[in-house]
Ligand binder design. Structure first.
Ligand SMILES: [Zn+2]
Length: 94
């Protein structure tokens, strides 16, 4: 079985809402363990060594960080890789 995309508006398997990108990335309890890993990785990528970066709950931030803020190219790439690791086990495509 292969799931793809967020174009349909079906309910998430968790029963707590529509399975859109925002729900998948930030809300769905089915991906809780994976998500806590992702959101501990991103602040490390963006930390200036002094204070941790507060990660916004924004779909654009995790999917196209370069459009969201003035991050360095390496940081954008690292964020995207971390996000990909989050998406990959769920067999989705964006
Ligand atoms: Zn869900």
């Amino acid at each position: 079985m292969h799931r793809s995309g967020f174009t349909d508006s079906r309910q998430s398997d968790c029963g707590l809402g529509v399975e859109d990108a925002f729900h998948f990335l930030f809300k769905c309890p089915a991906h809780f363990a994976n998500r806590s890993h992702l959101f501990s990785e991103i602040p490390e990528i963006l930390s200036d060594g002094v204070k941790p970066y507060a990660v916004p709950m924004s779909v654009m931030f995790v999917l196209s960080p370069g459009r969201y803020d003035n991050f360095m190219h390496e940081q954008c790439e690292a964020i995207f890789n971390a996000t990909f690791k989050y998406i990959q086990p769920s067999e989705r495509s964006l």
